[in-house]
Write a new protein. Structure first.
Length: 278
């Protein structure tokens, strides 16, 4: 199997299969275990931090293009990912009318739909099926959009290993797939509750993971241009992943399960990540 084919297959498993699996779980259960998902997410966040700090960012510095270029690329990755989430929030807010004094914006509005308490608020207030359906469509579009920078992290790591699927790239693909499961649930549950057939809802959920492949190809092609391209790709991927961890995964895990266990799970994840990388 060629380089591009391997990359496409790997990111398809992370993006399409990961999101689709979440959609399937949502279709079967229509409810998630907050504690289990919280600890899995915080663990994945810890491993991602290790990959960024001890692999992606380190590789970017070792290209010898210049530390300020690396810092700028990381900042650019954080900024772009934040901007995408900002656009998502502006679109999502009108579809979530019960975000008020009793249900404040404690974290990214996109993530508010993921944990079960939020969906139960919809049911408690007898929200219309149309409202739930629209919320699901908005979620699918939003997740598809922010899967692009996530895919770039896999592509950049792949390029830094000369087109070989190294441990860091493989770990990132697995963790992004894990991260996509609750996101898939966030799409399928409101779609099904809004009246869509389960099979169709799962398919739409899986399709929202396709942009992960496009992001991976972009990250890989940038990395193949030369040292500057590799630095920019690795730096951007590092920044995007840092925002995903600190702006999405960790706040989401704490919201889902109010305990110190997510913090310890994150630390364990970082240590496991170091063992995998080194």
């Amino acid at each position: 199997m060629g380089v591009i084919e391997t990359l496409i297959l790997t990111t398809a498993l992370a993006g399409v299969v990961g999101t689709g699996l979440g959609g399937l779980i949502g279709a079967m259960l229509q409810k998630d275990s907050n504690r289990t998902v919280s600890l899995l997410l915080s663990f994945a966040g810890g491993v991602m931090l290790s990959v960024v700090c001890f692999d992606l960012a380190t590789e970017a510095v070792e290209t010898n293009v210049g530390i300020w270029t690396v810092v700028g690329a990381i900042a650019f990755g954080v900024g772009i990912t934040y901007f995408l989430n900002y656009l998502i929030d502006r679109k999502t807010n009108p579809e979530v009318p019960h975000i008020d004094a009793n249900h404040p914006k404690t974290a990214d509005d996109l993530d508010e739909l993921i944990h079960s308490d939020h969906l139960e608020q919809h049911y408690a207030q007898n929200d219309s099926k149309l409202g739930l359906f629209v919320a699901g469509i908005v979620m699918a579009s939003a997740i598809a959009l922010h899967n692009v920078p996530e895919g770039m992290t896999i592509g950049a790591s792949y390029a830094s290993n000369d087109g070989v699927m190294g441990s860091a790239a493989l770990v990132l693909a697995i963790l992004i797939g894990l991260h996509n499961i609750p996101e898939g649930m966030a799409v399928s549950v409101p779609l099904i509750s809004g009246g869509m057939a389960k099979r169709k809802a799962v398919l739409i959920t899986a399709y929202s993971g396709i942009p992960t492949i496009l992001g991976a190809l972009l990250g890989y092609l940038l990395g193949e241009i030369g040292p500057m391209g590799l630095t920019m790709s690795l730096g951007f991927a590092s920044g995007a992943m840092l925002y995903v961890v600190f702006g999405e995964i960790l706040p989401q895990s704490i919201l889902m399960y109010h305990s110190k266990l997510p913090a310890f799970s994150t630390i364990v994840g970082m240590l496991v990540g170091m063992l995998i990388i080194f």
